[in-house]
Design a protein around this ligand. Structure first.
Ligand SMILES: Cc1cc2nc3c(=O)[nH]c(=O)nc-3n(C[C@H](O)[C@H](O)[C@H](O)COP(=O)(O)O)c2cc1C
Length: 181
C-alpha cells in the first residue's frame, strides 16, 4: 500500500536515478515506456525532466494528452521492463500484452501502474524550445505517493522489502545494496 507524500519530496523518488515506467494516453490507448534518462529540475515548484525520443509512441501520447505519470517499478519487474522497452505501444497495448494492471490517477488523465512502488503524476510544461530542440519533456508534479516501508522522506534500501533499480545498460540493472554513510 502507498501513501501520499509531500510534493516537495517527489523529486527524491527519482533523485537516485531509478529506471522509471512513464505512462500516458494516445486516442484512448495507454502508453507505457521505460525511461532511464530523467532528472529533477526543481523541488519548489516540483519539476521533472525526461528525455524521450520523438519517434516513441509515448512522446506522441504525452503531447496529445498533456500529462503523464512516472511509475517507479520494483526490481522484481526487471524482466518486464526489458520487454516494455522492446516493442512500441503504436503496435500493441502494452498493459494488456504484459498483463499489467492500470488504475485511474488522482490529478491527471494518464493511467497509473497499480504495482508501482512510487508514483508521480505530472502535467506537461510546454517549453517549446526544449521540446523542439532536445525532446526534453518537462512535467509539473501535481501528485505523488510511495510504498510504505520502502520510502520515508527518502528511499530505504537498507530495509528488506521492495527496492528501486538502476539501469546500467542493455539488460543489466542493479539494486542499491546498503547505506554507505
Ligand atoms: C531500461 C531502459 C531504459 C530506456 N530509457 C530510455 C530513455 O531514457 N529515453 C528514450 O527515449 N528511450 C528509452 N528507452 C527505450 C524505449 O523504452 C523503447 O524504445 C520503447 O520500446 C519505446 O516504446 P513506445 O514506442 O511504446 O513509447 C529505454 C529502454 C529501456 C529498456
Amino acid at each position: 500500500m502507498r501513501r501520499p507524500i509531500p510534493l516537495k519530496l517527489a523529486y527524491r523518488l527519482i533523485g537516485p536515478g531509478p529506471v522509471i515506467l512513464v505512462s500516458s494516453l494516445f486516442n484512448k490507448r495507454p502508453a507505457i515506456t521505460p525511461i532511464a534518462w530523467h532528472m529533477p529540475v526543481s523541488d519548489d515548484p516540483p519539476i521533472i525532466a525526461l528525455e524521450i525520443w520523438e519517434g516513441h509512441f509515448l512522446y506522441k501520447a504525452i503531447l496529445q494528452t498533456g500529462d503523464f505519470v512516472i511509475n517507479i517499478p520494483s526490481s522484481r519487474m526487471a524482466g518486464t521492463v526489458c520487454k516494455l522497452g522492446s516493442i512500441s505501444g503504436s503496435r500493441a497495448d502494452k498493459f494488456k500484452k504484459f498483463r499489467l494492471v492500470k488504475e485511474a490517477s488522482n490529478e491527471v488523465k494518464s493511467p497509473r501502474l497499480a504495482s508501482a512502488i512510487g508514483i508521480i503524476e505530472c502535467r506537461l510544461r510546454r517549453e517549446k524550445r526544449l521540446l523542439d530542440k532536445y525532446n526534453v519533456v518537462l512535467g509539473d508534479a501535481v501528485y505523488a505517493e510511495a510504498e510504505k516501508g520502502a520510502f520515508s522522506d527518502r528511499w530505504l534500501p537498507e530495509k528488506a522489502g521492495p527496492r528501486i533499480m538502476h539501469h546500467l545498460g542493455g539488460k543489466i540493472f542493479y539494486e542499491p545494496a546498503r547505506r554507505a554513510f
